[in-house]
Write a protein that binds this ligand. Structure first.
Ligand SMILES: C[S@@+](CC[C@H](N)C(=O)[O-])C[C@H]1O[C@@H](n2cnc3c(N)ncnc32)[C@H](O)[C@@H]1O
Length: 269
């Protein structure tokens, strides 16, 4: 049964929810590194893909720990609370920019500080990164930022209202560069469509990577999707926009001599 990529369906279950019945099927994939990931097909809709991350918690610094304790009640959003009302969350109806996988959050906080006329939502699974981001936000006096510490696939499916975001940012996602791990890349067709439905019409999906092969993959996936327009006017990529600060992984890419590719796709329908 074990073995790289071996898949088996383990159950078909009826999941009674509050006022409706949902048919769920769980399938599991066992990977060579023995992590088990679950895929759930709910009401015929594929809502979850193979995980794009491996949990590596590491230790929290004292600063991260106290930021989690003191700032989470102010800036934290919980996946278990379900669909959010953006106006209620931020106390205004300013445009909302979301970012998936903000890492330690320094560049996200810099963007939020530089654009007080917008609201920002960061989604990250790495708890020390969330702690670091809360700490930086508090130090910078940033108030237009809220964070999820949860898998973005589930936050998108369950919490972010449809047609609501002005921009979704995905900067330097894990490249999963071995061919047998490409299925773990977060950018896939279903993901692109979930992002599209969270965006307003004319909203932007902004991606950046320092792996050329992943950039090509992003373009290939996004170009094949209905409802998006690549806003690049010269080829597939755009100049790095000035409003995007250097991220930690981008700086690492520079040190390794990598190039950087920025892509912006606009929701057209
Ligand atoms: C390579 S790091 C890049 C971090 C940051 N954007 C930067 O450029 O420095 C990718 C980040 O995405 C996060 N991540 C991966 N899959 C995720 C998911 N499904 N939901 C939320 N965060 C995710 C990882 O925990 C990691 O911190």
């Amino acid at each position: 049964m074990a073995g790289d990529g071996a898949e088996f369906t383990v159950a078909v279950a009826l999941l009674p929810l509050i006022n409706q019945l949902r048919v769920g099927r769980i399938s599991m994939t066992e990977h060579s590194n023995n992590d088990i990931v679950e895929q759930k097909i709910k009401e015929g809709v594929y809502i979850r893909t193979i995980r794009s991350f491996v949990k590596r918690e590491g230790r929290l610094t004292k600063g991260q720990e106290s930021a989690l304790e003191n700032q989470w009640p102010i800036m934290g959003l919980e996946h278990k609370d379900g669909l959010i009302d953006l106006v209620a969350v931020f106390g205004n109806d300013n445009p909302v920019v979301a970012e998936i996988g903000f890492g330690m959050g320094k560049s996200l906080v810099a963007m939020a500080k530089a654009a007080p006329e917008k609201n920002f939502i960061g989604i990250e699974v790495h708890t020390p990164g969330v702690g670091a981001c809360l700490l930086e936000a508090a130090e910078q006096g940033v108030t237009n930022l809220r964070l999820y510490c949860h898998d973005a696939i589930e936050v998108l499916a369950d919490c972010i209202p449809k047609d609501s975001l002005s921009c979704m940012q995905l900067f330097f996602p894990d490249p999963w560069h071995k061919a047998r791990h490409h299925k773990r890349r977060i950018v896939q067709g279903a993901f692109a469509q979930n992002i599209r439905s969270s965006l307003k019409i004319d909203g932007i999906f902004h991606m950046a990577t320092d792996w050329e092969n992943y950039a090509q993959h992003m373009v290939e996936v996004l170009n094949a999707q209905e409802g998006y327009r690549n806003i690049a006017t010269d080829g597939d990529y755009i100049e790095r926009p000035e409003h995007r600060p250097l991220t930690k992984f981008e700086a690492r890419g520079h040190r390794l001599g990598h190039g950087v590719w920025d892509m912006m796709y606009q929701r057209v329908k």
